[in-house]
Design a binder for this molecule. Sequence first.
Ligand code: FE
Ligand code: FE
Ligand code: ZN
Length: 278
Amino acid sequence: MFTIGCHLSASKGYLAMAKQAVDLGGNTFQFFTRNPRGGMAKAIDPADISAFHAFCEAHGIRTILAHAPYTLNACAADARVMDFCLRTMADDLQRMEYTPGQLYNFHPGSHVQQGVETGIEKISATLNQVLFADMTTTVLLETMAGKGSEVGGTFEQLREIIDRTTLSDKLGVCLDTCHVHDGGYDIVHDLDGVLTQFDRVIGLSRLKAIHLNDSKNPCGARKDRHEKIGEGHIGLQALTRVINHPALRDLPFFLETPNELPGYAAEIALLRAQRTDD
Ligand code: FE
Ligand code: FE
Ligand code: ZN
């Protein structure tokens, strides 16, 4: 089954997002757990959650992806920033249990002059504080473009974070096509080679989701500027190979392209037309 959706605003609740996903031609969606600027998350409404679960059951939505605020920094030097990150992630992971067995994605962090090794150690320490044994959520480390002092711009760095995390069975990876491309992995000319590398370093069994984005910049630019599908340096042909690749085709795909809702609907339809038979 082709599982495709896009990033949606969480402001009207879970049922509203699921309905919107279906209206756009999708069968999954991504949302921010709270305003990216931080602050309080909206209170969980049990009635919304139960209506959401019934709607998902009826419409074949099996997977959703919650995205942590991108302003979190799990390896911050500043104690207050670190404390905010710990409290936010712990609270998010408790809230995730209202939708059991789903995915929670976060940007590993930026080490800001502390060095990548310290960054990796702190990110694992953060995970060791917020993961808990009986959680049902899988926490995804997002592959990053390697912009500035971002940690997670190479598969090796993600591997190191996983290795230093005690409850590593709770961890997976979300591969962002724009980010890996900008990070220097040539998914346009050598998708197989990149996936072989991913498998060797991290293991393809860890790969749980794809952020499907084109890029405004060439491979290796370390920029992280998303482009509409087919309008960037990755292009429709290469993205078509991504959605049909045997190692990837059963994963959920999430668009984070610069679009309003009609643009997302058009991209979902476009990608459905490129999908080979299941
Ligand atoms: Fe992200
Ligand atoms: Fe992404
Ligand atoms: Zn990005």
